[in-house]
Design a binder for this molecule. Structure first.
Ligand code: AMP
Length: 218
């Protein structure tokens, strides 16, 4: 199954996409993770992307499309994948369709995680990430066992540099302008599955799985 997770920053789409990927046994592909890693490793891609990530703006479509094209062509994606944080613009949505069409593939469903702005702002300021394994935590809703240390790696969790207040506002503005139109686009194509992202992680996961199991049955 080839799935897209759509939602504002802080909607929990990364957490849900990871859980669904594990459940279905397919890779979760986060363009944000790939770009952050490239920035950390100072690769050519990282050099191109850095200023966009730092300011909360979108990396140009051609750059993101070429990295996704390469990633979905890898062997572990043959049985499906979960796209997290991509597509984020209409050009990217059209681009991934072309990329998949070359391989006689399509997107099977788009899970849209809906949450209010206040919830998003609260969640992002409490979000912490493991700099090593990229596991996500929320200091209130999903805290690590030991004070701000990763359960798996034991290293100190960090606040993502773009989870600071001013950058969060930019990211929400970008989301509304560039990404929200995709909801209508996918709705018109009959692919959209809406889930309320304001509930507890496990409850959202159950709702997401319920939607996914309906795919192809109606
Ligand atoms: P995320 O981890 O999905 O919140 O993404 C973090 C940042 O990476 C975004 O604010 C953008 O600067 C960049 N980014 C991630 N995915 C994309 C995408 N599909 N298109 C453009 N920029 C992206």
């Amino acid at each position: 199954m080839r799935l897209v997770f759509l939602g504002p920053p802080g909607s929990g789409k990364g957490t849900q996409a990871t859980m669904v990927g594990e459940k279905l046994g397919v890779p979760q592909i986060s363009t944000g993770d790939i770009l952050r890693e490239a920035v950390a490793l100072k690769t050519d891609l990282g050099e191109k992307a850095k200023s966009y990530l730092d300011s909360g703006r979108l990396v140009p479509d051609d750059v993101v499309l070429s990295l996704v094209d390469k990633r979905v062509g890898e062997a572990d994606c043959a049985g499906g994948f979960v796209l997290d944080g991509f597509p984020r613009t209409l050009a990217q949505a059209l681009g991934i369709e072309e990329i998949l069409a070359k391989r006689d593939q399509v997107i099977d469903a788009v899970v849209f995680i809906e949450v209010d702005d206040e919830v998003v702002l609260g969640r992002l300021s409490r979000r912490r990430v493991c700099p090593q394994c990229k596991a996500l935590y929320n200091l209130e809703a999903d805290p690590p066992r030991e004070n701000e240390k990763c359960d798996r790696c034991g290293v100190d969790l960090v606040l993502r540099s773009d989870d600071r207040d001013d950058t969060i506002r930019t990211r929400l503005g970008v989301y509304r302008k560039d990404t929200l139109p995709l909801v209508e686009y996918y709705e018109s194509r009959g692919l959209l599955r809406k889930v309320n992202g304001g509930a507890e992680i496990q409850d959202v996961f159950s709702a997401v799985m319920q939607e996914i199991t309906k795919v192809g049955k109606n």
